[in-house]
Design a protein around this ligand. Structure first.
Ligand SMILES: Cc1ncc(COP(=O)(O)O)c(C=O)c1O
Length: 482
């Protein structure tokens, strides 16, 4: 057979990675409450499925927004024929306004700087193509974004077709994985020693997989670092609207209003995949303060446009202020309740997690369960979780975490009953395998855990009626806006 190109023949896509195991296990035996009650529950997918009832109501009320309806069909032809890489003006306006609302209207976004792409994945690749040549590098704080079918997505999204390198900035659990100036300097120096030219720093705020946000001081220090080094800063803010508890999210777009910096170095990647829960629509955005980058990514966006049908629907939906305002509040409330209930339930069986206030996942701490402090031991435990506990979670090593024993667990991609089943499996696993670790009185109480979970989930569902003696804080963000 005639040979394919190096890109085609290589494994840049990552499908042969050992992390694929969890996906295979899930795909061959997916959980279903009646058909496959013993199947694998998918907890490795960062999807936001909690608000679809609300979205469905809007769609029913606005049939004209969907073009394949009696009310929308008159616009079908013009929308089907239309395609311009600038994007529909109403789409760009609606996105710019939504980005502002998600950031508390503290900053405004210019619709003329909105460039569309096929999801944040396409946005990242376009920015990478524009900022770096093959062999040049970006610094990326660890742990960083894994992916759906191919874990280590930044490795794939940024590196595969561009030939660009990623240099890890090592962050540690001892200070809650803070991005410190020392860690940034160390990574930068290491790259220089290795003769790698650093072109930029890529941060994900809120963080996937940590579910934490960067505080103002850290963001300021990051901006001053990239300014001093004269390198670019890419802020992936695709989880901005998932911040469900104080402190409030601070965008890089706010920081550059507060500190002196060369704005040509600042670029934001956004998408509707997480904040709205629409990964299938492939709505990705590059928002750059650099005119040349806006112009180049706009031309490049021809390779991954958002379909005009999707632009039309999104423009209609996001121009509806009432809908957007309510959606943002509702989504935060739902995420808050899920998160609080899930972390509380885990804590009842002796499992801790990193304190977080954003995202669609938690960063679960299973260091105590490792047979040794090694990544081999982490993989062994992961295999048990997949094949015996039958939960597809993601091991920390797939996120380039520096320390074994951490796992990302997604909590917003399933219904309440499936989550109960997952929690029951975790309880059984802890009881069977770690009885020694958990005080006996806790184990006894856990025999009625299902009941206890059910009672609690009702509490979480209505923060308004939460007892003042509840062990859980009510989300200040939710309270402030409701
Ligand atoms: C931090 C981060 N960036 C980018 C992406 C890709 O998003 P999209 O589905 O919009 O391509 C993901 C998806 O999980 C992510 O977590």
């Amino acid at each position: 057979m005639a040979a394919l190109s190096k890109i085609a023949a290589g494994n840049g896509h990552g499908e042969n990675s050992p992390y694929f195991d969890g996906w295979k296990a899930y795909e061959t035996n997916p959980f279903h409450p009646t058909d496959r009650p013993e199947g694998v529950i998918q907890m490795g997918l960062a999807e936001n499925q909690l608000c679809f009832d609300f979205i469905k109501k809007w769609l029913m009320k606005h049939p004209e927004a969907s073009l394949c309806t009696a009310e929308g069909v008159n616009k079908f032809k013009e929308t089907a024929l239309f395609q311009d890489y600038h994007g529909m003006p109403e789409f760009r306006q609606a996105i710019a306004k939504f980005m502002g609302k998600v950031r508390g209207d503290r900053v405004k976004f210019d619709p003329d700087r909105i460039v569309m792409s096929g999801g944040a994945t396409g946005a990242h690749e376009m920015v990478t193509f524009c900022l770096a040549d093959p062999g040049e590098a970006f610094l990326v704080p660890t742990p960083y974004y894994p992916g759906i079918l191919n874990l280590c997505r930044f490795d794939r999204d940024l590196r595969w077709r561009t030939g660009v390198e990623l240099v890890p900035v090592i962050c540690e659990s001892s200070n809650n994985f803070k991005i410190t100036r020392n860690a940034l300097e160390a990574a930068y120096e290491k790259a220089q020693e290795d003769n790698i030219r650093v072109k930029g720093l890529l941060i994900t705020n809120p963080s996937n997989p940590l579910g934490t946000i960067l505080d103002r001081e850290t963001l300021k220090s990051i901006v001053s670092f990239i300014n001093e080094k004269n390198i670019h800063l890419i802020g992936d803010e695709i989880y901005a609207a998932t911040v469900f508890m104080e402190p409030e999210f601070v965008s890089i777009s706010e920081i550059i209003e507060e500190v002196e910096c060369n704005r040509d170095l600042i670029h934001i990647v956004y998408s509707l995949s997480k904040d709205m829960g629409f990964p299938g629509f492939r709505v990705g955005i590059v928002y750059s303060y650099n005119d040349a980058l806006v112009s180049c990514t706009r031309k490049m966006s021809s390779f991954g446009l958002v379909s005009s049908q999707t632009q039309h629907l999104i423009a209609s939906m996001l121009s509806d202020d009432d809908f957007v305002d309510n959606f943002i509040i509702k989504s935060k409330k739902k995420l808050f309740k899920r998160h609080e209930y899930f972390t509380w339930s885990l804590s009842q069986v002796g499992i801790g997690s990193l304190k977080s206030n954003a995202g669609l996942f938690i960063w679960m701490d299973l260091r105590k369960l490792l047979k040794a402090k090694t990544f081999e031991a982490e993989m062994d435990l992961w295999q048990v979780i997949i094949h015996e506990v039958k939960l597809n979670v993601s091991p920390g090593s797939s996120f380039h975490c520096h320390e074994p024993g951490w796992f990302r667990v997604c909590f917003a991609n399933m219904d309440d009953d499936t989550m109960e089943t997952a929690l029951l499996r975790i309880r059984d696993f802890m009881r069977k395998n770690n009885a020694a670790m958990i005080p006996h009185n806790k184990l006894c109480r856990r025999s009625s855990l299902k009941l206890s979970f059910s009672r609690r989930v009702d509490d979480f569902m209505s923060p308004g009626i939460m007892s003042p003696h509840s062990p859980l804080p009510q989300s200040p963000l939710v309270r402030a806006r409701s």
